[in-house]
Write a protein that binds this ligand. Structure first.
Ligand SMILES: *[C@@H]1O[C@H](CO)[C@@H](O)[C@H](O)[C@H]1NC(C)=O
Ligand SMILES: *[C@@H]1O[C@H](CO)[C@@H](O)[C@H](O)[C@H]1NC(C)=O
Ligand SMILES: *[C@@H]1O[C@H](CO)[C@@H](O)[C@H](O)[C@H]1NC(C)=O
Ligand SMILES: *[C@@H]1O[C@H](CO)[C@@H](O)[C@H](O)[C@H]1NC(C)=O
Ligand SMILES: *[C@@H]1O[C@H](CO)[C@@H](O)[C@H](O)[C@H]1NC(C)=O
Ligand SMILES: *[C@@H]1O[C@H](CO)[C@@H](O)[C@H](O)[C@H]1NC(C)=O
Ligand SMILES: *[C@@H]1O[C@H](CO)[C@@H](O)[C@H](O)[C@H]1NC(C)=O
Length: 399
């Protein structure tokens, strides 16, 4: 038994002594050389192949030997290649699989036989800067309700698939992350396509394509431009201001939808309009007496469509044509016709006087203008009075 132990101990001693005998030789740097780029600029996460060529004397190295790349300290191995045949020249390449921003130093060593090592004094310095490559988004022309496909293409920096997803910030500022199952979206390698049917609300919202690389997240944002047909707001209204009827129509659309008032039969009116962002506001002012319909039509159109509404005209219009202080109560019904007759008579008198003045002034220097002014004044007044006449006679018949 003791003998067996002794034999084992002897073997153990023998092997350890053998290893201890294994002295590391030192080599002359002229016997080994490496040709490799010593300074490399890279962007974060990007892959890079570093080719190199080794040259050494074949009788210094025995096969198999290991070609070992290390980072910083020679003990910090990052890649090992085992070479089974010794040749005086070896060409290979060292692969960088994406690094985060920073400065790096790589070196190469050879190991063979019994702890024989040669460390090349040359170092490869790699400066890794921020990733500047952003994804590209391709957005087609977008019209409300028409299906489109928006595509995001990410730069392929390294091997494997880039993680791509979308973020959508609506006009209210709320951001949602779009998952593949939210929308019909497909994804292959470095491309992601998003299918959507845009609405007017999507106009001016921001769509972001987010790409996740090994060490970086980069994104590109586009502001969506969705064309949509005009929508006339129900805050559009007509009101009377003294003897005037003032109607305001507000329409939203993209592109901006101009507003038209189809009032061919009228001649005496003014229209003003202004626009902001996607809204057009148009105001028409006309003498209330000239307008007899219950509604005013407002139309708004752009290249996508047309919209029109009938804005109701307030009922009070009729009353306002007379002196607003006069109240049309039943009590006055009997008296009223006489007042009207009186007013009518005095108006006729005014007209007559005007006519006389006109004829007289006609002989003087510039008579025309004055006469025309007077005529308009007179005709407006006549129209004002004639209308209530009809109304009052009707209420008399009812009695
Ligand atoms: C090789 O070197 C390492 C460390 O330098 C040592 O631990 C090991 O025992 C050596 N091997 C031989 C066979 O000399
Ligand atoms: C190193 O490699 C480069 C490119 O492969 C070559 O142009 C250059 O001549 C080589 N240098 C030496 C010393 O072999
Ligand atoms: C390397 O090889 C050369 C040439 O054969 C020889 O002169 C030198 O002694 C060798 N060096 C070592 C450390 O074995
Ligand atoms: C969309 O992006 C633009 C430009 O960055 C920004 O001015 C705007 O406020 C964003 N809109 C929304 C709804 O986030
Ligand atoms: C305007 O229209 C919207 C929906 O079309 C409705 O909810 C709202 O009550 C309307 N407002 C007025 C003042 O009519
Ligand atoms: C009033 O209504 C009639 C019929 O509804 C229409 O023919 C006419 O053009 C309208 N007049 C104005 C000034 O809008
Ligand atoms: C306006 O007049 C119409 C009929 O002439 C009537 O049906 C409606 O109720 C009136 N509206 C108001 C607010 O007085």
């Amino acid at each position: 038994m003791t003998l067996i132990y002794l034999v084992i101990f002897w073997f153990f001693l023998k092997t350890s002594r053998c290893q201890l005998q294994c002295v590391q030789e030192t080599f002359d740097d002229t016997e080994f050389s490496i040709n490799v780029t010593e300074h490399i600029q890279l962007e974060s996460s990007s892959c890079h192949e570093i080719p190199y060529k080794l040259t050494f004397l074949t009788n210094n190295v025995t096969a198999p030997y290991e070609v070992i790349w290390f980072e910083g300290d020679p003990a910090n191995t990052v890649a090992v290649a085992v070479i089974s045949e010794v040749e005086s020249e070896t060409q290979d390449s060292f692969e960088i699989y994406g690094l985060p921003q920073g400065e790096y130093e790589y070196g190469l060593k050879l190991e063979w036989g019994c702890n024989q090592t040669y460390i090349f004094p040359k170092r490869v310095h790699i400066s890794v800067s921020e990733l500047t490559q952003k994804p590209d988004i391709w957005v087609p022309h977008m019209v409300e309700g028409e299906d489109v496909t928006i595509t995001c293409i990410a730069e392929r920096l390294c091997y494997g698939e880039e993680g791509i997803h979308w973020k959508w910030t609506k006009a209210d500022g709320v951001t949602t992350v779009i998952h593949d199952d939210d929308h019909f979206s497909f994804h292959w390698r470095n491309t992601n396509a998003l299918h959507l049917s845009p609405t007017a609300d999507d106009h001016n919202s921001n769509l972001t394509c987010v790409v996740e690389h090994t060490h970086d997240v980069v994104e590109t944002t586009v502001t969506l431009n969705v064309q949509y047909s005009p929508k006339i707001l129900n805050s559009s209204e007509c009101r009377t201001e003294g003897k005037l009827l003032v109607c305001t129509c507000i329409s939203q659309g993209n592109p901006l939808p101009p507003i038209t008032w189809p009032l061919d039969t009228l001649t005496d009116y003014s229209v003003s309009s202004f626009s902001s962002i996607q809204t057009v506001t148009s105001t028409i002012i006309l003498p209330a007496a000239d307008y007899h319909n219950a509604t005013v039509k407002c139309s708004s159109s752009n290249e996508v469509g047309l919209s029109a509404i009938e804005i109701p005209v307030p009922n009070g219009t009729e009353n306002l044509r007379l002196d607003p202080g006069v109240d049309l109560n039943h009590e006055y019904d009997a008296v009223f016709p006489w007042i009207i007759v009186g007013v009518s008579l005095s108006l006729n008198l005014v007209l007559l006087t005007t006519l006389i003045i006109c004829i007289r002034k006609g002989r003087k220097s510039s008579p025309k203008e004055l006469c025309e002014e007077m005529n308009t004044y007179a005709s407006l007044n006549v129209a004002d009075v004639e209308q209530p006449y009809g109304n009052i006679s009707l209420s008399n018949q009812r009695k």
